[in-house]
Design a protein around this ligand. Structure first.
Ligand code: H2B
Length: 98
């Protein structure tokens, strides 16, 4: 099981993730993305789904038309781990390529 990140580790790692919001208890990060339309939003989700499954680390997310809301946490560890940071970076990259 991945270990939960310390406050210092989190501060350092999240510097590269300006679009993500840290929840007040420090146990999850979230981001909402808007696309041109539903087709683009779903193309993004399809891309992220495949990569998340490859990582064996899955987002909590929802979609309404062109908007995708994402929350990342590591359920097995009860907080944020390197896996969430890795997935957040991957999501940012995927959003740029849609
Ligand atoms: N995703 C997330 N976000 N947190 C987890 O703890 C987690 C996961 N655990 N995907 C994985 C799957 C685990 O349940 C499987 C058995 O590896």
């Amino acid at each position: 099981m991945r270990s939960v990140l310390s406050t210092d580790e989190l501060a350092a790692l999240s510097r590269g993730l300006p679009d993500w919001r840290l929840e007040s208890d420090g146990k999850a990060i979230s981001r909402t993305l808007k696309f041109a339309d539903f087709k683009q939003a779903f193309a993004f989700m399809t891309k992220v789904a495949a990569e998340a499954d490859r990582l064996d680390h899955h987002p909590e997310w929802s979609n309404v038309y062109n908007t995708v809301s994402i929350r990342l946490t590591t359920h097995d560890s009860g907080g944020l781990t390197q896996s969430d940071i890795k997935l957040a970076r991957l999501i940012d990259k995927a959003a740029l390529s849609i």
